[in-house]
Design a protein around this ligand. Structure first.
Ligand SMILES: *Cc1c(COP(=O)(O)O)cnc(C)c1O
Length: 227
């Protein structure tokens, strides 16, 4: 159930209190009503994350225009057009086909869309994302240069869903290594500066391992109910 506004405010402030300056907080508001977002907005929170395109579009239309909307979940190519005009950051870009479509729609909107490349770091095979050889071959091909309306702002990853802290830590640490390497070799611009890793259950570990952006939902808004 969605937490009451005063709980949301308290949760948000507690998380912010312990967040290092270099780490941005994406408040993951998926499934929660606009009133919940307004409570966090009233406390100064401006960055919100959603994972369903239709829900993101509806919320963006109804809520204040200075919100930075992030699409955090898997994005289907045929849905890019609905968010291309306003989305601030797309976290989970995991194929060249998706890059192509984002670039095309961004060009039509006369803008540059910020994206994160999602890396597959978890043990589960169901999680989306590039694996490292696949990404390296795309980068080395030179084909990224064609995407003039995309700015690659960094990487995103999700750790295995497990109680084993060491495993989660290892996965985050390996993503941080990849991030550092790409920053040195392929993305030398200052705009490649974002490492999105960490959710309610593991964001503290992610921060210790070098995250610069955490995506926190239930710890702010309460548990989600799916119907
Ligand atoms: C839902 C979601 C989150 C937030 O999950 P919580 O455990 O509620 O913090 C973070 N990242 C992605 C990609 C999500 O889909």
């Amino acid at each position: 159930m969605t937490a009451a506004p005063e709980e949301i405010i308290a949760n948000l402030n507690e998380i912010k209190l312990n967040l290092p300056k270099r780490v941005r907080l994406v408040a993951v508001s998926k499934t929660h009503p606009n009133e919940a977002i307004e409570a966090a907005y009233g406390e100064g929170q401006r960055v919100f994350g959603e994972n369903i395109v239709q829900e993101l579009v509806d919320k963006a239309a109804a809520l204040p225009k200075d919100i930075e909307w992030h699409l955090i979940g898997h994005l289907q190519t045929n849905k890019v057009k609905y968010i291309a005009a306003f989305v601030h950051l797309i976290h989970a870009v995991d194929s060249e086909k998706l890059l192509k479509e984002i670039n095309k729609r961004a060009a039509q909107e006369n803008r540059v869309i910020n994206v994160l490349l999602q890396m597959h770091i978890a043990e589960e095979s169901s999680k989306f994302g590039f694996d490292e050889p696949e990404l390296m071959s795309l980068l080395e091909s030179g084909r990224m240069a064609a995407f003039e309306n995309i700015s690659v702002a960094g990487l995103m990853g999700m750790a295995t869903f497990t109680d084993d802290e060491n495993q989660v830590r290892k996965e985050f640490s390996s993503l941080k290594n990849t991030f550092d390497r790409l920053q040195g070799d392929h993305f030398k611009d200052a705009s490649f500066n974002t490492l999105s890793m960490g959710m309610s259950g593991d964001y503290k570990i992610a921060i210790e391992e070098g995250s610069t952006m955490v995506r926190v939902g239930s710890n702010i808004f309460g548990a989600r109910e799916y119907t």
